[in-house]
Design a protein around this ligand. Structure first.
Ligand code: GAL
Length: 409
């Protein structure tokens, strides 16, 4: 009888799950080697359920993908799940009632107790309801250095940005481009932000990026930041690449000495089988001010009126934040997991540095959390123009920057 009951029950479960097996289209902009390896961990875990992951990778970077993602949702052709960054990018979509409310899953699984720092969950929350699942912590303030390149120049690997700048002439002489820089405008702005934290310090950074203080943007401390950025733009001559991962590749192959870039660069070193501390060195806060920002990625699930899809969307959200998937995904992505209760014994040198900084609480509010997409766009444009046109003076650039901050929203 007991056996009979079990059989009946398991047949019912099979029938229920077979009936609810669905395909979910998931969009993201993870198309570099390291990114693709990381997102494959999500797909693998989801495909191990009865459901199917339909990959909707969008080539380019966030700047290309975000408008496509948002216009599909607004235009009534939504995907079932999508990557966006932590912060305000989905604000209007959530306000318009277009995103699935994940509060029941978040409460059942105690997300508020496991997400660390908890403000990553706050960024998913509107009026007490949870609309996204944070999946990682990424920080842009890193300097990636090629051991090969410094060996070619007969130099030790620098331990901070200032030593790196001093090493540039010897690198050039050895036929190495000192600083790799891709031409997407957000890359130059990312480097500017990293230099701002290193040279200008945390208070100045927060005052401008969080408080939107235009006087701080026009200050003498900020002039020093612009001067350092102006010096940096002279180091990238010969770095004729577009995408960030092509710039990382110049470092991996020893054609460039370094790159200022986010820790997603680490995924590229990993797929190239390079070892942190042996083949390359990563310096958080450019080795000057060891601090990280807690930006990163979150997944949102556009609402549908199909209950089977809704159930599968919640299942995917739950998987993405689960312990094993957090470890598998983040080890490949180069990011830190968003929960502290996971086994990170396999972490490499760079992830360990990031974890130690996070544990010490040396974290910045991320710029993307406080500026609108429009303000970010204006700053990106200014930075790439300044980088590429050396006739623009520090004074001019700083005045334009202070003006953007004065009108920032
Ligand atoms: C960021 C994203 C990272 C990343 C990078 C480059 O917006 O948070 O995960 O991979 O873009 O594609």
């Amino acid at each position: 009888m007991d056996l009979m009951k079990t059989l009946v029950a398991s047949t019912a479960i099979c029938a229920a799950s077979a009936a609810s097996a669905v395909e979910l289209e998931v969009t993201h902009w993870w198309t570099s080697g390291g990114e693709a390896a990381a997102v494959a961990e999500f797909a693998k875990a989801f495909n191990e359920t009865e459901h199917t992951w339909v990959d909707g990778a969008i080539a380019g970077s966030g700047g290309t993908a975000r408008p496509i993602i948002i216009s599909r949702i607004l235009g009534g052709d939504p995907m079932h799940a999508t990557q966006l960054n932590h912060g305000r990018q989905a604000e209007e979509l959530v306000e318009a009632g277009l995103m699935l409310d994940l509060t029941d899953v978040a409460e059942a699984e105690g997300w508020a107790d496991v997400v660390n720092p908890v403000r990553l969950l706050d960024a998913c929350t509107l009026d007490g309801r949870v609309y996204c699942v944070p999946v990682n912590i990424h920080s842009p303030q890193w300097l990636w250095l090629s051991h090969d390149a410094f060996e070619k120049a007969g130099l030790d690997v620098p331990s901070d940005w200032f030593q790196f700048v001093d090493a540039a002439p010897a690198l050039k002489e050895a036929g190495v481009v000192p600083l790799a820089m891709g031409q997407q405008s957000w890359q130059t702005n990312l480097a500017f932000g990293a230099i701002m934290v290193a040279v200008g310090g945390t208070d100045l950074y927060v005052d401008i990026l969080t408080n939107k203080n235009a006087d701080a943007a026009a200050s003498a401390e900020m002039t020093k930041v612009f001067e350092a950025f102006a010096a940096a733009r002279l180091l990238s001559e010969g770095s004729n690449v577009q995408d960030w991962n092509q710039a990382t590749n110049l470092v991996i192959t020893g054609k460039a000495g370094g790159q200022i870039h986010g820790d997603w660069a680490q995924g590229e070193f990993q797929v190239a089988n390079q070892v942190a501390g042996e083949d390359y060195t990563c310096l958080p806060g450019l080795g000057v001010n060891e601090i990280i920002a807690t930006g990163g990625d979150a997944f949102y699930f556009p609402k549908t009126d199909d209950p089977e899809i809704t159930a599968a969307q919640k299942e995917l959200a739950s998987l993405m934040i689960s312990k094993e998937v957090q470890v598998a995904f983040n080890l490949k992505k180069g990011s830190l997991p968003i929960r502290g209760d996971v086994d990170l014994s396999a972490a490499n040198d760079c992830m360990k540095k990031g974890l130690a900084i996070l544990a010490a609480g040396n974290v910045l509010p991320d710029g993307v959390n406080s500026f609108s997409a429009d303000t970010d766009g204006q700053i990106n444009d200014l930075m790439v123009e300044f980088w590429n046109d050396t006739s623009i003076t520090v004074e001019d650039a700083q005045a334009r920057y202070a003006d953007i901050i004065a009108n920032a929203d």
